[in-house]
Structures are given as structure tokens and as C-alpha cells.
Ligand binder design. Structure first.
Ligand code: ZN
Ligand code: ZN
Length: 585
């Protein structure tokens, strides 16, 4: 049973409509071809068939170069790599000094603070002993001393003399642009267990000694001239050298590890990482201080260097791809939905009448099947004095007789089967009037169930023929006529076609020749079906439920009554679409 509850025993599949049209067919295949081409191009372009892994890398650098510099107050000095590269700046980066301020022979002592860090003073009272803040060069002694001919500042206890020079322009080490750096980059793609370095296997020692990186002539040489790097990023080394800065060297590995298209080469690019327009930024450039200490006559001295320079950060990016059947299947799966675009487009095209009006109507009739919910129950009414069928929505307030029709439809009489039936009747043995069964005339047989026995015909306000008994349900309050007049049950054809036992038997055997007739109910249902075939034709419009007028229904019931006097009444939904199995009323 859970199988039934959970719909496990069911499979739903979609119903398709095949349109035989050369135009639509060729359009469909053209669109599908375009989509297939797009998918293939994207597959090759994005390498959707590959599985990827990201790079793991290590970088080491070695700067080389010697410069002759002229430091104010000191004179000409030659700086080599130890002097200008300073201490290591950390992983994946190197530093090159480009400008310097040197303050020689500093000793511990008292000297005037340098404006603008120390405030100007007139008397000792203006200075506070022991005071210092983050801008101070030392701790105040509480004395106001002469700084120069014009100004007096507070005296501080510190390394004297205090550094008091502006950074030189042009930069003292501007010639550092001729320095070179060798960058060694080892990479690894763990997923493919692939190792490589930017000094390519085919390079020889002699190649490396003379080479300098050039994007066009020597793009894989791992030795770079600093000036070239900076100018590649459209910056001026001379300008950058004054205040220093931060520069990025990007190495991008985009590797294809498939054996046919194998390629795994580094691609270098360069750009400045710090703020370029130094006059618009606070604290521009890059600098730090360091000191060299010495002892002269037992007194400790130091030489203070404020170094400006460029820090080069080497950044390594990369991914490697290799063919993977799983990735290919996933890619193909993800693109299948594109084919739905063809359907969407063609449906839209047919839906708009710009394709063909007839095709649109034909197609929508076949494609869309409207099904009414049980609440939206439509009934079909046929009046004897009106030649069209009425489709009526079931009303909760009005009798069926008075409900206004939603639409009127031409009756489609099934004349062929009716003709067959009549010819059978004519040649058959019996043309007699109804042979009543055992409980015939059953108007008063079921006195114990008075509510269910045939009510007395009276004058119902909705009845026009004068033969309709009262009915409890609004949807059963229906007369055979629209206007006043004779009841349909009084016509001879009604007796012959609907009530005659031989005709009903013929009709039943016509449908099922081996049927066993043993109940009055079979004949009653047969009579209902016969009435509906006669008055409504073979099918009702919009699948509406045909309703037999009250006078006719009770006339049939009187002819073929139920033994217990119970009738199930009108079913408001069609159990089966076939009207032969018609609503048992
Ligand atoms: Zn009536
Ligand atoms: Zn009637």
C-alpha cells in the first residue's frame, strides 16, 4: 500500500506534440546546430574538458650591481649589493636603496630639538622636563636653547646632532636602475605531481650569463634590469627613486599538461603597487632607518642612515589543466539545457501569430489540454425548445433552470448509431410499448422511504412543462423546456426511444452483445444513456456533465425503479469520459 500512497507505482512522462512542418524542422536543426557550435567553441576556448590545479611556489632573488654615489658632507662612496639591498624584506621580495640621508657621528648628549617636531620657546618655563611624545627625537631637559640665529627650541637628551636634512632630489642612487636581479621561481602542481622552474631546462649557463629580460626578444630570461621593469609599468625610475615605493613583479603560469598541447612557460608582468601620485598622498613612498655603530676614544658613536628605496614583491599565480573525462562529462551535462532554448524560441514563434495564424490555432488546440478542477464544474443543458446545447457553471444560489449559460454550442447528433438502432428496432420482433418489469408503475411501492419515492408532480416555480417533481438540489432543478409548453416525456418518441424495454435491450446489446441482463438498474442506466445520446449527442462541449431534466429522470425511474427506492443522484464529475458508462443518476 505505501507504494500507492507515495506514488511509487507510477511514472509520469511528458506528452509531446509532433508538428510536421519543413520550416519549423529546418529552423529547429539550424538552431540546434548553432547551439552545438557555440558549445564546442566554448569547450575549446575555456578548456572545459580539463581538470585544474593551482600553483604552489617558492621564490628566491639575487640583486647585483655597484653604484658610485656622492653623499653630501661625506663625498664619493661606492655602494655594492650589501649596502644597497639592506636586510631581507621578507618572503618573495627584495629591496633596493635609491636615496639616502646620512647623519654622521651621533653621540649621546643634549642638543636643541629640530622644528617642526620640537615647539619653539622663549624661556625655560616653556619647556617641560621629562616630556616626550611620538614625534620627539628625545626627552626634554626643561631648558630653552638656541636652535639657530632666529629660533630657540627646547633642549632634548638624545643622539646628537639630530638628523636634520631634506631628502636629496634627484635621488642619490638613481643609477640603481642599472642593477639586475635574478629571480628563481620553483613551482609545483600537486594534483599532477608536476615540478618546474622559471630557469627552463633548455637554458644553458652561457645563455643565462649574458641575458636580460626583454618582453619581445628574451621573454623567458630570469634576469631583470630594474630600470626596464619600472619602465614596463610605465613609471619613471628616477621619480620613484626619490621617495621609494613598492613594485610588483607578477609571474603567471598557465600550463597545459596534456601531452599533445604541452606548454608550461612563465609570463612576467609588472606594476606599481603603492600610490603613484606622491604629492596627493600622505606619507608617500617607502623608507626606513638603520645605524652603524663604532667606538671612538671609548665613546660610542653611530652613523644614522635614512634609506629610501623600492621594494619589489614577486607574486606567483598559476593553474595547470589536464584532460579529464569526468570534467568533460560534467561540461556536456551542463550545456544540455541550452537546447531548451530552441523549444522556447520555436514555441514563442508559433505563439506569436507572425509565423502562421492557422498553425498557431492548430498547435495550441493540440498542445494544451484544459482540465477543470472539480470545483469548476460545468454542466450541460439541453432544452427541447432550444436547438443549441448550453454550458452552465454550477451555481450555489440559483436553480439550474435559471442559471445563465456560459456558452451555447451546436448539438452534434450521432445520427449514424441512432439510425442503426432504429433499423434494428424496425426489423426486431418487438415494437411494443414498454414492457414493465416486476415493480412497474412503482409510484407507491416504497412507502417506507417517503423521501426517496417519486415526489408528486406539482407546480415548481422553475418547471415549464408541469411534469417536474420537486428536487432538493439546485443542480437537479431542471425542466425539459425553456418556455412553457408540452413536456418531452409526452411525445411518442420518448416512450419508444427511452422507455421501450426492447429498444433499451437492443441498445445495451449493441454496445455489449454478451451482456447479461438481470437487473432493472441496467435498464435504468441504459435509459439515461439513451436519453443523453439522443438529446446531447456523442460528446458534450468542454467536457461538461450532461444533466437530465427532472421530469424525464423521474419518468425513467418510474419505468425502471430501484427495488429499495434509493437513487444516487447526479454525479458532478465524470468518472469516465465515456458516456456509455454514463453518470448513474
Ligand atoms: Zn418541467
Ligand atoms: Zn418536462
Amino acid at each position: 500500500m505505501p507504494c500507492v500512497w507515495l506514488n511509487l507505482c507510477e511514472y509520469d512522462t511528458q506528452k509531446l506534440v509532433k508538428i510536421k512542418s519543413v520550416k519549423l524542422g529546418s529552423l529547429k536543426w539550424t538552431l540546434n546546430g548553432v547551439i552545438l557550435m557555440f558549445i564546442c567553441i566554448m569547450l575549446l576556448w575555456n578548456k572545459g574538458y580539463q581538470e585544474y590545479d593551482l600553483v604552489v611556489s617558492s621564490v628566491t632573488t639575487k640583486v647585483k650591481g655597484v653604484a658610485n654615489i656622492n653623499i653630501p658632507d661625506i663625498g664619493e662612496v661606492v655602494w655594492d649589493v650589501v649596502d644597497h639591498s639592506g636586510t631581507s624584506q621578507g618572503k618573495n621580495s627584495f629591496f633596493v636603496a635609491t636615496n639616502v640621508i646620512v647623519t654622521q657621528n651621533q653621540k649621546q648628549g643634549n642638543c636643541p630639538e629640530v622644528p617642526p617636531y620640537g615647539k619653539l620657546c622663549q624661556k625655560d618655563k616653556d619647556c617641560e622636563k621629562g616630556f616626550s611624545d611620538q614625534y620627539s627625537h628625545g626627552v626634554q631637559t626643561g631648558v630653552c636653547v638656541k636652535f639657530d640665529a632666529m629660533k630657540k627650541t627646547c633642549e632634548v637628551s638624545t643622539w646628537c646632532p639630530i638628523e636634520n636634512k631634506k631628502r636629496p632630489r634627484p635621488a642619490l642612487l638613481a643609477s640603481a636602475e642599472n642593477f639586475t636581479v635574478l629571480i628563481k621561481n620553483n613551482i609545483r602542481f600537486p594534483a599532477f605531481n608536476y615540478i618546474r622552474r622559471n630557469i627552463l631546462p633548455e637554458m644553458k649557463d652561457t645563455d643565462l650569463k649574458g641575458c636580460i629580460f626583454n618582453r619581445y626578444t628574451n621573454p623567458y630570461c630570469p634576469i631583470f634590469r630594474l630600470g626596464d621593469i619600472v619602465s614596463e609599468a610605465k613609471e619613471s625610475f628616477g621619480e620613484m627613486a626619490v621617495e621609494g615605493g613598492v613594485f610588483g613583479i607578477q609571474i603567471n603560469w598557465d600550463c597545459d599538461l596534456n601531452s599533445i598541447f604541452h606548454s608550461c612557460l612563465p609570463k612576467y608582468s609588472f606594476r606599481r603597487l603603492d600610490e603613484k601620485e606622491s604629492n596627493k598622498t600622505l606619507y608617500p613612498g617607502f623608507n626606513f632607518r638603520f645605524a652603524r655603530y663604532s667606538t671612538v676614544n671609548g665613546v660610542e658613536q653611530r652613523t644614522l642612515f635614512k634609506i629610501y628605496g623600492i621594494r619589489f614583491d614577486v607574486m606567483v599565480f598559476g593553474k595547470a589543466g589536464k584532460f579529464s573525462i569526468i570534467q568533460l562529462i560534467i561540461y556536456i551535462g551542463s550545456t544540455l539545457s541550452y537546447y531548451a532554448l530552441t523549444t522556447v524560441f520555436l514555441d514563442w514563434l508559433i505563439g506569436t501569430s507572425c509565423y502562421s495564424k492557422e498553425a498557431k490555432q492548430n498547435y495550441s488546440e493540440r498542445k494544451f489540454e484544459s482540465v477543470q478542477d472539480r470545483e469548476e464544474c460545468f454542466l450541460c443543458v439541453s432544452f427541447v425548445d432550444e436547438d443549441k446545447l448550453r454550458v452552465v457553471k454550477k451555481s450555489r444560489k440559483k436553480t439550474l433552470q435559471q442559471t445563465k449559460p456560459l456558452s451555447l454550442h451546436q448539438r452534434k447528433n450521432d445520427l449514424a448509431s441512432m439510425r442503426t438502432l432504429i433499423s434494428v428496432m424496425q426489423s426486431g420482433p418487438s415494437r411494443s410499448l414498454p414492457v414493465q418489469n416486476g415493480q412497474s408503475g412503482g409510484l407507491s411501492t416504497n412507502t417506507d422511504t417517503p423521501l426517496l419515492e417519486k415526489p408528486q408532480s406539482g407546480c415548481q416555480d422553475w418547471c415549464r412543462c408541469g411534469c417536474c417533481p420537486p428536487a432538493a438540489n439546485l443542480h437537479e432543478q431542471l425542466c425539459c423546456r425553456l418556455g412553457k409548453g408540452r413536456c418531452i416525456t409526452s411525445c411518442p418518441i420518448f416512450s419508444t426511444l427511452i422507455l421501450s424495454r426492447s429498444v433499451l435491450e437492443t441498445a445495451l446489446f449493441y454496445v455489449d452483445p454478451l451482456m447479461e441482463l438481470h437487473e432493472g438498474a441496467q435498464l435504468r442506466y441504459g435509459a439515461y444513456a439513451q436519453f443523453i445520446r439522443w438529446r446531447f449527442g456523442d460528446s458534450t462541449p468542454r467536457d461538461a456533465v450532461p444533466v437530465i431534466p427532472s421530469c424525464c429522470m423521474w419518468r425513467i425511474r418510474a419505468e425502471y425503479p430501484s427495488p429499495d427506492g434509493k437513487y444516487s443522484g447526479l454525479r458532478l464529475h465524470q468518472a469516465t469520459p465515456s458516456q456509455a458508462e454514463f453518470n448513474a443518476q
